[in-house]
Write a protein that binds this ligand. Structure first.
Ligand code: ZN
Length: 272
């Protein structure tokens, strides 16, 4: 019985390049992988598609798109074009979705509402292409500590409002425990998301957190109640695969096989 667990390849990006990481994921019993664009481009699109196909693993996500307003309005068109190329790449590697994040403020800007508006504008501009290609865009709200530099859309409520505005077709929701665990509306908004949930990412919140980006925790090492969130997600109608995604200087410093063995063990003992 394969684990209902996918490996986001960022988790082992310091240890392995894409071919070795996919091979290791299969060896440890993962059912899928989620590659990042830099790793895919380094390996090549066709070669990545071949490696994933031959591995028998699902490609549960392609990271990551969106960020439409991050370089300012003068670069919005370029960001839209780049996202369209990414949609083509996702189709080529048979990724089940692209993870889409808000993007931060443009350099020098203090206008968060404008950044949010550009995200919606960019998303609306690429959505027809995503629909044509059959590529799902998984909207991922990010923890508010990233609002300035990575993710100006910070709550499930905001992402669901945007999806409602744009008509939902072709849009899904990524529930990443690291980003949403603190939200007082978590249960209500997961319930509202319902069948729109297409991805469930897992990663723990460490206390204290020593670095905003690279001190994420292995499940069980922090304060997130994984079974409680999983029950909410399942009650909403998503019983699909979970994806472990850990940016961590600590885990990047450990042998890759130790990281994967630990993730599998914690998934079995902490997350269900
Ligand atoms: Zn995520």
């Amino acid at each position: 019985m394969p684990l209902n667990l996918s490996l986001n390849l960022a988790t082992v990006r310091m240890q392995w390049k894409l071919p070795q990481a996919v091979e290791a994921a299969a060896r440890h019993g993962f059912a899928g992988v989620a590659p990042w664009r830099e790793m895919v481009q380094e390996t090549g699109i066709a070669q990545t598609a071949r490696i994933c196909l031959d591995s028998g693993l699902r490609v549960t996500g392609y990271c990551r798109g969106g960020l439409f307003g991050a370089d300012g309005r003068e670069n919005l068109k370029a960001a839209i074009d780049d996202n369209k190329r990414m949609i083509d790449e996702a189709a080529a590697i048979a990724a089940e979705c692209i993870v889409v994040i808000g993007g931060g403020l443009p350099p020098g800007s203090r206008d968060l509402p404008a950044a949010r508006a550009m995200f919606v504008e960019g998303l609306a501009a690429v959505l027809p292409h995503a629909r044509d290609c059959g590529v799902m865009l998984a909207l991922e709200p990010m923890h508010p500590m990233y609002a300035a530099d990575r993710g100006c859309i910070t709550t499930l409520r905001e992402m669901l409002d945007i999806a409602d505005t744009l008509g939902n077709d072709g849009l899904g929701i990524a529930v990443d425990t690291y980003h949403v665990w603190w939200d007082p509306e978590l249960r209500v908004q997961i319930d509202r998301a319902g069948k729109r949930i297409v991805a469930h990412h897992i990663c723990d919140w460490l206390v204290p957190t020593k670095h905003m980006l690279t001190d994420r925790g292995m499940m069980g090492d922090g304060v997130i109640d994984f079974p409680a969130i999983r029950r909410m997600v399942e009650a909403a109608g998503y019983s699909g695969i979970q994806e472990v995604e850990i940016f961590s200087d600590y885990w990047w410093g450990r042998p890759g096989d130790e990281v994967l063995a630990t993730a599998v063990e914690r998934f079995k003992t902490v997350c269900t």
